[in-house]
Design a protein around this ligand. Structure first.
Ligand code: OXD
Ligand code: MN
Length: 596
């Protein structure tokens, strides 16, 4: 039964029902009853498997097609009226051409299937930050995931004013990789995703809406949509300071967001609270400060490497009401496993492809066969997280004291440095580079430029996006300080030089002290760096001399870095890049030469 009289919504549903010709249309109201019925149906068809109801109550297991395990950046398009609007970092297709191509693929694709109509909200319904969407899909897996990741509720339909909602069209079609398309039409508030069943391509509220479409909306409306976690650090006096941090996919955002501080901090009363682990929407709020909300309602986290030591809070979040995708499944006791969960891989179970698998299995060349896909995921409700911030549902968001940029860099970037001011901070964000990971298809471990960790997610011209960052700085008189961190520096033997995980608290501590002007810093050619003695090493098997090596800024390496940035700027953006960023690059080069 239709759940609304809104003509715009009804027209949208009818248009795509006429095209895709489902056997029936089911409107999702968000009720437990309906979700339970759909779960039963998906269990009966094998779309999902049940997990152990004692050990993992309410949890489900799912496998995607083997050719469909990650975001497909090469097949993701920004479809704006001109190529220039999409800019040099996006694939572009003209809207008319894209609609024609996608409509041809989608024609009749839901014959014999059901079309589900999902009304959902990004952010708490009614929040000043909230934006509403309707996703059409032929996948129960998508419905169940959307019900964890967003606020799926029939009340959303009453909030939609006329045609003001993001239209999402998804069909698995035939899961044909050659005809897989993830298209965003920012001027039409529309997302069209075909031939995939992988979360990042099909949970349209996430990357497609909350980043690609929202970044465009944010540019037009004067706010920001960023690929950032949000966390709160509570100090011994009870005061909580909030930080956002942008890292590329699978670089530890979930781990940082749920960090447990080392003993020397917890003993004093420090605590970390999670507001978000992937996406932040930021607006200017009271006192000219930036306020952030997490528009999502769950965590779509990378499973491998998540364990009781690396991230006990994430692990605890997955113990009920969670959907596991592409991990190992044990059909006997209905439990799940992934590499890095523990040191006891199960025997005689099924791997992510559904093949028989036992821990320690090797291929003909003697190489270990992994049981879980490196980009296997858990979809866990935020409310499960033991350290979820009490401000998670705050409609106005939390005030941000610091913004952190970071990547996965074996060399060059030191453990932490601070921007001299907002403009320099925007420059630091714009020169971010990181080694690629399994979150997207393609080579892993290749260093690529990824400004603000938004290369795969910026829904418009990135030169305009940089200008928008500069403008937001002008608009907010009480701006956060900006920092860059690198947890991934390695020594000459390839070993990580910094312990990471909970010990990253030591760096957050310095960052917050800088925000309060409570600690000095050293001026270097790249920005302000900590004096080694100002990073707390208590309880760590590490000396100040070890630390100096990770805080080192090698001028030769940085001169090469500057040349690379110049090349990136020139070849990608030329004279469309804001002049302020060229001026910052010039300053960097001058500083490096002056002091060498
Ligand atoms: C994610 C990603 O899933 O960035 O968050 O790919
Ligand atoms: Mn992400």
């Amino acid at each position: 039964m239709e759940l609304t009289n809104n003509k715009f919504v009804l027209d949208f549903v009818k248009k795509y029902a006429d095209l895709m010709q489902p056997d029936q249309i089911v409107w999702i109201d968000g009720s437990k009853k309906q979700l339970n019925e759909l779960t039963k149906e998906a269990l009966s068809t094998g779309e999902v498997y049940k997990c152990n109801s004692k050990l993992l109550p309410g949890c489900l297991y799912h496998r995607t097609a083997v050719n469909d395990v990650a975001r497909v950046e090469g097949r993701t398009f920004i479809c704006t009226s001109t190529k220039e609007m999409a800019g040099p970092t996006n694939n572009w297709m003209a809207p008319a051409e894209a609609y024609a191509k996608l409509d041809a693929i989608a024609s009749g694709c839901m014959k014999g299937r059901t079309m589900y109509v999902i009304p959902y909200s990004m952010c708490k319904i009614g929040s000043p930050f909230a934006k509403y969407g309707i996703e059409l899909t032929d996948s129960i897996y998508v419905v169940l995931n959307m019900a964890i990741m967003t606020r799926v509720d029939k009340k959303v339909l009453d909030k939609i004013v006329e045609g003001d909602f993001v239209r999402g069209i998804h069909s698995k079609v035939q899961l044909d990789a050659e005809n897989r398309y993830i298209c965003q039409f920012p001027e039409d508030n529309t997302i069209y995703s075909l031939n995939s069943g992988y979360g990042g391509n099909v949970l349209l509220g996430k990357k497609c809406f909350a980043l690609r479409i929202a970044s465009y909306q944010a540019w037009k409306e004067g706010w920001m949509a960023e690929h950032m976690l949000i966390l709160g650090v509570q100090k011994p006096n009870g005061e909580i300071k909030y930080i956002t941090a942008a890292f590329p996919s699978a670089c530890g955002k979930t781990n940082l967001a749920m960090l447990i501080p080392p003993e020397c901090y917890t003993a004093k009363g420090y605590k970390v609270f999670t507001v978000g682990d992937d996406i932040a929407w930021l607006r200017k709020g009271r006192g000219g400060q930036l306020y952030a909300v997490n528009p999502e309602n769950g965590f779509f986290g990378v499973a491998p490497g998540t364990n009781a030591k690396s991230n006990p809070n994430a692990l605890a979040s997955t113990q009920k009401g969670t959907i596991f995708t592409n991990v190992v499944y044990n059909p006997k006791d209905k439990t799940v496993w992934w590499e890095g969960l523990d040191k006891n891989p199960p025997k005689n179970v099924l791997d992510w492809k559904g093949n028989k698998w036992s821990g320690g299995m090797v291929d003909e060349e003697g190489k270990i066969i992994k049981g879980a896909h490196p980009n296997s995921r858990f979809t866990a409700p935020a409310k499960n997280c033991p350290c979820l911030s009490s401000e998670f549902e705050n409609k106005k968001g939390v005030p941000i004291s610091a913004i952190i940029f970071g990547g996965r860099r074996a060399k060059a970037a030191p453990l932490v440095y601070e921007a001299r001011d907002w403009k320099h901070g925007v420059f630091i964000g714009s020169i971010m580079a990181s080694e690629t990971t399994a979150a997207a298809t393609g080579a892993v471990g290749v260093v690529r430029h990824d400004p603000m960790a938004m290369i795969p997610f910026c829904g418009y011209n990135m030169a305009d996006y940089f200008q928008h960052w500069l403008d937001m700085g002008k608009k907010c008189k009480n701006r956060p300080k900006i920092f860059n961190v690198n947890w991934f520096r390695t020594d000459e033997n390839g070993n990580f030089m910094w312990p990471g995980f909970g010990d990253n608290m030591r760096v957050l501590d310095w960052i917050l002290e800088r925000c309060e002007d409570a600690v000095d810093a050293v001026e270097t050619p790249i920005g302000y760096m900590p004096k080694p003695e100002d990073i707390n090493l208590e309880g760590l098997n590490m000396t100040t001399d070890d630390l100096k090596k990770i805080l080192d800024c090698d001028k030769k390496v940085w001169l090469a870095e500057a040349a690379d940035i110049e090349n990136f700027y020139a070849t990608k953006f030329g004279d469309t890049l804001p002049k302020e960023l060229y001026a910052e690059l010039k300053k960097l080069k001058k500083n490096l030469r002056k002091r060498s």
